[in-house]
Design a protein around this ligand. Structure first.
Ligand code: EPZ
Length: 420
């Protein structure tokens, strides 16, 4: 079985390059369905999830060339065949459900496997379907499939009960070819929403207000192909910022957007980490000072990101005093707690709240990656623990991080991928 082995105690130094954002690239690849021509995505992060979403498009008869040297995707959707995509692939990765909006608005029909939940929560799709219905689609659910039909979508006003990232993206893409104007209220404001809208607008869509709570989409008739470079991955950057803090190191992170990282920067500064933005899109993070406990509440952007909750918890287990983390976005995103306790952490869970008492040291152990970000959190804990930490189920990690162990090794970490 493949594992990642970390030997704790190394100090990190030097520079790390951040890749493009996974949670931008996935919807952007899907949005290529809307433009029946050849789009090129540059600096694509070659992650497991990117390969899966490309396979989904290939299922629909798109041609996808992946140039691994140039990290460039060429996606040609000239000959798309609207059929129901492979349910195994849809189940494998929830983001595949994002093809429903583009397929519905382009072909008037989409039938996909119900994405189901995953281990961080039930991951419902009711808000996606509420949006499609508001645009005039007939929706049916049965035998594990979701089917949507509409001869022509008609613009409408849609209020999202929760600022769901996926629902905002799916509805926004569906509205691109709808007749008239669509307004999405209480829309998600994550930077990846802005990036998707920016990509669509560069192809000729008319989307206004993306990245704010209210998005207006004026329907158009066609889009033209473009070459596009997505934004940097703020969660990967945040993960390396915590790596500097938990190993009491000073490192340089190249590929950052200060505004996108604002909630993470502010929280780490409150902890006592020093952070300076230097040159253009670069950051110096210095975690060598005395750090103090903090309280965190995860919230939709611009609040503290749920995708950084596990990584911050690893850091807080080693900061003297009591810290409190409230996870308000997902109902079951504390599975890393048991794994951290195996390493000697002192954490109590009360519903969606975790109380962390800082301990003097963590000890290396055999642990599991219970989801993508929990896997990153275990690597971070291993960097600071005494001895060896062997992390299994690392396929979770490969879904969202490009060569994380190589990037950490270049910074001086004692980390390798082993087969045992
Ligand atoms: C996106 O997932 C991200 N994934 C997640 O990142 C991220 O954690 C999440 O947004 C929140 O920021 C991608 O972008 C591919 P949501 P998504 O819809 O779109 C509820 C990672 O680690 N909800 O904003 O699925 C839902 O139950 C991954 O990179 C409804 O109630 O997230 C959840 O509690 C993990 N009804 C909350 O919204 C719906 O129809 C947030 O979900 C949809 C969602």
């Amino acid at each position: 079985m493949e594992k990642i082995r970390v030997k704790g105690g190394s100090t990190l130094e030097g520079e790390v390059e951040i890749s493009s954002a996974k949670n931008s690239v996935l919807p952007i690849i899907v949005a290529c369905i809307l433009c029946g021509d050849k789009n090129i995505i540059k600096e694509a992060p070659l992650l497991e999830d990117v390969y899966v979403i490309c396979d989904v498009l290939k299922e629909l008869n798109a041609s996808v060339e992946i140039n691994e040297v140039k990290r460039e995707l060429t996606i040609d959707t000239k000959n798309l065949i609207p059929n129901s995509a492979n349910s195994e692939l849809i189940k494998k990765m929830r983001a595949s459900f994002l093809i429903m909006g583009p397929m519905l608005t382009k072909f008037g029909h989409a039938k996909l496997s119900h994405p189901g939940g995953c281990n961080i929560g039930t991951r419902p799709i009711d808000l996606h379907l509420k949006g499609f219905k508001a645009l005039g689609a007939d929706i049916s659910i049965g035998h594990g499939f979701v089917e949507a039909k509409a001869s022509k979508l008609i613009g409408n006003r849609i209020y999202l009960d929760f600022p769901s990232v996926g629902a905002t993206e799916n509805i926004m893409m569906a509205a691109v070819y709808a007749k008239g104007t669509t307004i999405i209220e209480n829309a998600a404001e994550e930077p990846e929403i802005w990036d998707l809208a920016n990509f669509l607008n560069s192809m000729g869509a008319k989307i206004y207000g993306a990245g704010q709570g209210k998005i207006t989409i004026d329907g158009v008739d066609e889009l033209r192909p473009v070459v596009y470079r997505p934004i940097y991955d703020r969660i990967e950057a945040g993960t390396f910022m915590v790596a500097a803090a938990i190993t009491k190191s000073k490192i340089k992170i190249n590929g950052v957007n200060e505004e996108h990282l604002r909630p993470i920067i502010e929280k780490l500064k409150e902890c006592g980490v020093s952070i300076d933005i230097v040159e253009n899109e670069k950051m110096i993070v210095d975690g060598r000072g005395i750090l103090k406990p903090v309280d965190i509440k995860t919230l939709p952007y611009p609040g503290f990101p749920t995708d950084m909750q596990a990584q911050m918890m690893s850091l807080l287990t080693l900061i003297k005093g009591s810290s409190i983390i409230s996870e308000t976005v997902f109902e079951n995103r504390f599975m890393h707690v048991q794994e951290l306790i195996r390493m000697g952490a002192s954490i109590k869970i009360d519903g969606r709240t975790a109380i962390i008492e800082g301990v003097d040291r963590l000890t290396g152990a055999e642990v599991k990656a219970t989801d993508l970000r929990a896997g990153a959190a275990m690597i971070l804990a291993g960097l600071a623990a005494d001895g060896y930490t062997d992390i299994s189920d690392i396929y979770h990690i490969d879904r969202g991080y490009v060569n994380i162990e190589e990037k950490l090794r270049k910074l001086g970490a004692n980390i390798e991928r082993i087969n045992i």
